[in-house]
Design a binder for this molecule. Structure first.
Ligand code: ADP
Ligand code: MG
Length: 292
């Protein structure tokens, strides 16, 4: 049976936009030592926008955008959606139908158009060295501003980069500062590049970050954190985050996250309101001291 103090804490939480799926999660929260955050859609708003297109010399930006958006229209990734939206707003030409298309989760998209192979995605997807040397390291400069860089490759040759900017949520810094002050170790896990990860981590005030995480690596990193710290929470919003949310001692989903994240999580932040996490921890610590 549920203790009155627990019940009161759960209903208190609900009134403040924190949904606990059971009393045990409050108990776990009171022992929390570390908390891992997904980047896109969790620390950031998750609505990236295209800010720059840099094409190789002699190539048309518009033609590259047309092909890139044609390919990305077959992906549901937030970066893909942003590229398609940008093309709709800035191009008159209609989309092309690729002959083949392959969405490679955590890497990018591969397609064939008129017998040419196209790849759109992260540096490791098109070759790190070529990616780094494209236009004298243009990608590194964009990434150090916190932008996500997407490479466009045509038949083994990088023909352009697209930079996309996603903004850190207004309340992120405050939320992380509160957790840091509570003595909790904060870390960001992202599939994005090291430079982009560093810029967003710095802006968010997390203690540390791990970049270039493949979706399956997030679970591994969580297990490492559990070994090192004990009770660990994960905060995320995406389908990709679900395995890590399930692995964490406390899985926390953003209220506007995907259904799978909401179902898997133990706690839901109904209004995506990150500062509620520190509040929930306070609540759980108080509750624990009443019960004991
Ligand atoms: P995150 O954890 O940041 O949400 P993902 O694991 O989904 O990232 O993807 C990691 C990286 O792979 C992205 O930052 C991007 O560079 C690349 N990528 C993945 N899918 C796509 C896509 N559809 N179009 C372009 N790039 C992509
Ligand atoms: Mg996300």
């Amino acid at each position: 049976s549920i203790m009155p103090a627990t019940l009161s804490a759960i209903s208190n939480g609900a009134r403040h936009g924190i949904l606990f799926k059971g009393g045990v999660h409050l108990e776990n929260l009171s022992h929390l030592k570390a908390i891992a955050f997904d980047k896109t859609g969790t620390l950031t708003k998750g609505k990236p926008e295209v800010t720059d297109i840099i094409a190789a010399d002699g190539l048309s930006k518009n033609e590259i955008l047309r092909i890139a958006s044609s390919i990305e229209s077959h992906s549901t990734h937030p970066l893909a959606n942003a590229i398609v939206k940008y093309a709709k707003e800035n191009l008159e030409e209609s989309l092309i139908h690729p002959e083949s298309i392959e969405d490679v989760a955590g890497w990018g998209v591969k397609a064939h158009i008129e017998n040419e192979e196209w790849k759109i995605g992260k540096a490791a997807f098109v070759g790190i060295e070529a990616a780094q040397s494209f236009k004298d390291g243009a990608a590194a400069k964009m990434a150090s501003e916190g932008k996500t860089v997407v490479f466009v490759q045509k038949s083994e040759e990088i023909v352009a980069i697209l930079a996309l900017q996603d903004v850190v949520r207004e309340e992120t810094k405050k939320a992380i500062d509160q957790l840091n002050n509570q003595g909790i170790y904060t870390i960001m896990l992202t599939g994005d590049s090291r430079n982009t990860g560093m810029a967003i981590a710095k802006e968010s005030h997390v203690h540390d970050y791990i970049a270039e995480c493949l979706p399956e690596n997030k679970v591994e990193h969580l297990k490492n954190l559990q070994e090192k710290y004990g009770t660990v929470a994960m905060v995320g919003d995406g389908i990709n985050d679900a395995p890590a949310l399930a692995t964490a001692n406390v899985g926390i989903a953003m209220g506007e996250g995907t259904d799978v994240a909401l179902e898997t999580a133990d706690i839901v932040l109904m209004k995506n309101d990150l500062p509620r996490i520190a509040e929930a921890i306070n609540l759980s610590r108080k509750m624990n001291s009443i019960i004991k």
